[in-house]
Design a protein around this ligand. Structure first.
Ligand code: UFG
Length: 343
């Protein structure tokens, strides 16, 4: 019999890629999503890629009665992967309460329903933002965490603490938090990828939308950082590599291979690229010029972030495979397909 996994936020960017990898690895998937920042069309696209349409439940996890009902119906699930969350850094500064309510209230409802139904393993979608401005590089899982700049980031930090406290109170419960660096790229089929609503906050979708003519020009936020070319350095990671790490984390939980009931892993490649590196690679991959301009720094941006990857390699056996050029090419293919489908 196949193992059942509940995936909250499974219609979203990282969620949908993870659902594909789970199905390809013979899991039964139940998606819970309120479609607040994703489309139901994604289900058909997942089916096109895998041949399987996952079970889908349209649910707002802030509703505790409904959440309890759904988890009780799927109490045979072996683990939950929690992607469901709002994620726009800037918006979270404007609407902090909306972020705390959505990201934390839904998490707490979900965890309560899990405990009630004896579903005892969760994989939590966390972020490198919990490291704040790192004192040393590369960032290991032992690096100090700091209060993140944005309410969004703070929901990730608080959520990790909520999970930690739950585990300390409950011997049966276990969790893995995966701290993502900068996920970009799209599935090779061109059928699923990032779908930012409105004006993108993140670099990669802003670049592809500029190149495709949706935006006039990319603003590069500052070139006076203490880095090789003055622009901030990030650790970009292909979303499909990232998705595969979730399957390994699920296996580790189900097979009870954890060394501690709460484990934390960084998900990055360990390579840092500057904003200008990304622009140059984009121009090389697409053989075109990108319209961009250097402007002021964006508040809250950290000069340099990249992951130490030893722990995740050793414990999860995960190694990212895709190069920056492959990440950029797949983002570009996805953007072009998206535009052509709309025209
Ligand atoms: N950038 C620009 N112009 C843009 C957008 C981004 O120059 O239009 C620059 C940023 O200043 C930064 C780099 O591109 O130097 C990357 O920016 P992103 O917004 O793509 O990513 P961040 O590193 O700021 O944020 C990401 C995730 C967050 C997470 C954070 C943790 O998107 O969810 O990493 O460090 F909180």
């Amino acid at each position: 019999m196949k193992n059942k996994i509940i995936v909250t936020g499974g219609c979203g960017y990282i969620g949908s890629h993870t659902v594909v990898e789970l199905i390809n690895n013979n899991y039964d998937v139940v998606i819970l999503d309120d479609l607040s920042n994703s489309s139901v069309e994604t289900l058909g696209r997942i089916e096109k890629i895998t041949g399987v349409k996952p079970v889908f439940i349209d649910i707002d996890l802030k509703n505790d009665t409904e959440t309890k009902k759904v988890f009780s119906k799927h109490k045979d699930a072996k683990a939950v992967i929690n992607f469901a969350a709002h994620k726009a850094v800037g918006e979270s500064v404007q609407k902090p309460l909306m972020y705390y309510k959505n990201n934390l209230y839904s998490l707490i409802n979900m965890l309560s329903s899990m405990v009630e139904n004896n579903i005892n393993g969760v994989i939590f979608s966390s972020s490198a933002t919990v490291y704040g401005t790192p004192e040393t590089l590369p960032i290991t899982e032992k690096s100090k965490t700091q209060r993140p700049f944005s309410p969004y980031g703070n929901t990730k930090k608080i959520a990790e603490e909520v999970i930690d406290d739950l585990i300390k109170s409950n011997d049966n419960f276990s969790a893995i938090s995966l701290r993502y660096f900068n996920p970009i790229g799209a599935h090779e089929s061109g059928l699923i990828g990032e779908l930012p609503s409105g004006v993108p906050n993140n670099l990669m979708p802003y670049i592809t939308q500029t190149a495709v003519g949706l935006r006039e020009k990319l603003m590069v936020y500052g070139n006076d950082y203490p880095t090789k070319d003055g622009t901030p350095i990030r650790d970009y990671i292909h979303v499909v590599d990232l998705a595969k790490a979730h399957v390994l984390a699920v296996e580790r939980i189900i097979n009870k291979q954890q060394e501690q009931p709460y484990e934390i892993f960084n998900l990055g490649t360990g390579n840092g690229f500057s904003v200008l590196d990304v622009i140059n690679s984009f121009e090389e991959v697409t053989n075109s010029k990108l319209n961009y301009e250097i402007t002021d720094r964006r508040p809250g941006d950290v000069p340099e972030l990249y992951a130490a990857t030893d722990l995740v390699k050793e414990k999860l056996g995960w190694e990212p495979k895709k190069s920056l050029n492959e990440m950029i090419k797949s983002s570009w293919d996805w953007e072009q397909k998206l535009r052509n489908n709309k025209e």
